[in-house]
Design a protein around this ligand. Structure first.
Ligand code: URA
Length: 252
């Protein structure tokens, strides 16, 4: 059977344990606090092993250590069921863009349009994200765009903690393969899930956080901007900071 169904026997127990492993809250928090406004300049590329070491090696995630390309990882994601949403989705939404992008953009989870098309940020919010990127001189092909969850939650509800924990190893593996120099998290769910902190978006935005040596900017989700245009200005300030930092990292 070429459809590998990795059903976890003790799904919830494992996810809870995995969640604890991914989100070592005290370490992540102090890293954020330390980062402050002017985080020290990181190494141009974070060592891959630092991120790889956070991927669990128990089944079914042990398969990830043998994976060496994004195409292999995408195929694994397409044939592996980690959570019930992986069975109810129309298509997995793995990620798109430059396989060696210096900038990685991370959203929350696919919506209806993304579920239909198998591509992240193709709906209304996605079109706004494309405009935001263009405003700081990036095309979608320059960057890599992915989500925390690869499968659509019903009615666009927020991802549950166990779903985030189950899919986080996929995102970590994407990062380990792409090795971005900078990350932009759009939305609170994306920022708090990656950084392992419980903060409001207001507290997270406007400064760089650290994820294993990679500077992370968190800003408003484009869907939130569609609801509340007052947040466009702070978003603009955030992405300009991001572009400036990108220029110092990539062109120097
Ligand atoms: N919102 C997200 O967070 N991701 C998408 O891919 C689309 C909408």
């Amino acid at each position: 059977m070429n459809h590998e169904i990795c059903r976890l026997k003790h799904t919830l127990a494992w996810h809870v344990e995995a969640y604890g492993r991914f989100f070592p809250v005290s370490g992540a928090e102090s890293a954020c606090e330390d980062a402050g406004q002017d985080s020290t300049k990181p190494e141009p590329r974070a060592p891959q092993s630092m991120i790889e070491s956070r991927i669990p090696t128990a089944p079914p995630y042990d398969a990830l250590s043998a994976i060496g390309t994004l195409a292999e990882l995408e195929a694994w994601v397409a044939e592996t069921v980690l959570i019930p949403l992986d069975e109810t989705r129309i298509r997995p939404v793995f990620g798109t863009g430059h396989p060696e992008a210096d900038l990685m953009v991370i959203g929350e989870a696919p919506g209806a349009d993304e579920d239909q098309q198998g591509e992240p940020f193709v709906g209304r919010a996605g079109k706004l994200l494309t405009k935001i990127l263009e405003a700081i001189s990036f095309s979608r092909d320059d960057v890599y765009i992915a989500n925390i969850l690869k499968s659509r939650p019903p009615e666009n509800r927020k991802p549950h903690a166990d779903e985030i924990a189950a899919h986080m190893p996929i995102l970590l593996k994407q990062m380990a393969l792409i090795r971005p120099k900078l990350i932009l998290c759009v939305g609170r769910t994306s920022g708090t899930s990656l950084l392992g902190v419980e903060s409001s978006l207001k507290d997270l935005r406007g400064r760089f956080h650290d994820f294993h040596g990679i500077p992370v900017m968190v800003t408003y989700h484009p869907a939130a901007l569609l609801r509340n245009p007052n947040w466009k200005r702070p978003t603009w300030e955030d992405v300009q900071k991001l572009r400036d930092h990108y220029d110092t990292l990539v062109t120097s």
